[in-house]
Design a protein around this ligand. Structure first.
Ligand SMILES: Nc1ncnc2c1ncn2[C@@H]1O[C@H](COP(=O)(O)OP(=O)(O)O)[C@@H](O)[C@H]1O
Ligand SMILES: [Mg+2]
Length: 384
């Protein structure tokens, strides 16, 4: 394979000095002996990215995503291993990486474009376009230290795409901008895809990765846990991410304790009415005895999680073999829309999926009332 980005056993350690825990007396007696510990942000990460691929990087907070992007962009040097890049690369990294705070937006545009290899003349030619895309005409001569994070990201993204790099690297900072600007960025990223450019994208939005990317890298506690087709990566990520607590000592691959074979409803159609009862059946084959809790999630059509059910109230105990789990929701509280239904069984702590099926069905909800928003409140009103 001819690659445009290649990471070879990339590891990155940060040295952490914890002066904080030393007493004043201790510091006087033994100056300069603060406790230094090494923190590993990346461990032996290897992969190759081919020209024209769109690769999504998923992982929990602190798993090393931004560190990896910085190593790829050359902002950080790996402690060991190396990154090879073929072609011009421009990136929108974390907030704070990239611009000089004291300089104006204008000066920063020239500075960062020149660092990306553009001459002043060629920046002149696209300057208005950069500022226009960022919608910062009025603030372009203001020092960027006075910019809001949204303004900062708009300018950073605009510079990165306007220099037309062969490889575009975007950290999840895009989520900072307002929705309309995010949509504009996504259009630009899709345009890049059509042009056959290579894109590396960290996103907190797994569904965005699924729809946009060809391939997903999943980082888990500094290690590359998965590298493969986008949809499979999203599944691995979400299986590991279930709940908020991480399971200590669980380093294994996602377990295959069983499968979710089908979801169905009594009427055969996945429709519900706001405020009314709704039912569903989940056919499961357990390959081993499973003790856990049933969980379901509904995502809206933008991939946002609308609800994850409370695992605690839904214990299930399955012997090896085929089972049907009956699910009853007394009142559908979502307003109208189409919702992706994901179901699974999580472990006792609610933190790991034992079996999981992403987007098992699409549920169409109809709302007959006149309220608005996301959910039905159904208040009762009386006058006294
Ligand atoms: N400059 C740094 N000094 C010390 N620790 C760092 C530094 N940058 C990142 N880290 C640590 O490395 C880990 C990975 O960080 P990061 O790559 O930002 O994760 P992510 O982007 O996946 O949230 C985190 O635990 C973070 O605290
Ligand atoms: Mg990050």
């Amino acid at each position: 394979m001819t690659f445009v980005v290649r990471a070879e056993k990339v590891s990155k350690n940060f040295r952490l000095h914890s002066e904080r825990h030393r007493s004043f007396k201790d510091k006087l007696l033994r100056p300069g002996q603060g406790v230094a510990t090494d923190f590993t942000a990346l461990t032996d990460v290897s992969f190759e990215i081919a020209s024209g691929e769109t690769v999504g990087i998923l992982g929990r907070n602190g798993s090393g995503k931004s560190t990896l992007l910085k190593c790829i962009c050359g902002v950080l040097r790996p402690t060991s291993g190396q990154v090879l890049v073929r072609g011009t690369l421009a990136g929108l990294l974390e907030l704070g990486a990239g611009f000089q705070p004291e300089l104006s937006g204008r000066d920063n545009v020239y500075l960062s474009a020149s660092m990306l290899g553009m001459s002043t003349k060629s920046v002149d030619a696209i300057f208005d376009e950069i500022v226009g895309f960022a919608e910062l005409e009025q603030f372009i001569d203001t020092p960027v230290k006075f910019y809001s994070s949204g303004m900062y990201v708009r300018l950073g993204f605009s510079v990165a795409v306007s220099v037309e790099p062969e490889i575009l690297v975007v950290d999840e900072v895009l989520a900072v901008g307002d929705e309309r600007f995010q949509a504009k960025c996504m259009d630009r990223i899709r345009q890049f895809q059509r042009d056959g450019r290579t894109i590396l994208l960290v996103s907190h939005n797994a569904d965005q990765v699924r729809t946009l990317c060809d391939r997903t890298l999943v980082l888990d506690r500094s290690q590359l846990a998965f590298d493969g087709p986008a949809a499979d990566g999203v599944r691995v990520f979400r299986e590991r991410l279930m709940g908020t607590t991480s399971v200590v000592g669980d380093d294994g691959p996602p377990r295959s304790a069983g499968t979710i074979d089908a979801v169905s409803t009594p009427s055969g159609r996945f429709v519900a009415t706001t405020g009314e009862k709704w039912e569903m059946s989940v056919a499961v084959t357990a390959h081993q005895a499973i003790e856990g809790h049933f969980v379901m999630e509904l995502h809206n059509d933008r991939g946002e999680l609308m609800v994850r059910s409370d695992w605690e109230v839904a214990p299930v105990s399955l012997s090896p073999g085929a089972h049907v789990i009956h699910v009853d929701a007394p009142s559908m509280s979502l307003l109208d829309g189409a919702y992706q239904v994901s179901v699974g069984i999580v472990s006792d702590l609610g933190s790991q999926a034992v079996i999981w099926r992403e987007q098992a069905a699409v549920l169409e909800v109809t709302y007959r009332g006149r309220g608005s928003g996301l959910i039905q409140l159904a208040p009762r009103v009386r006058v006294s």
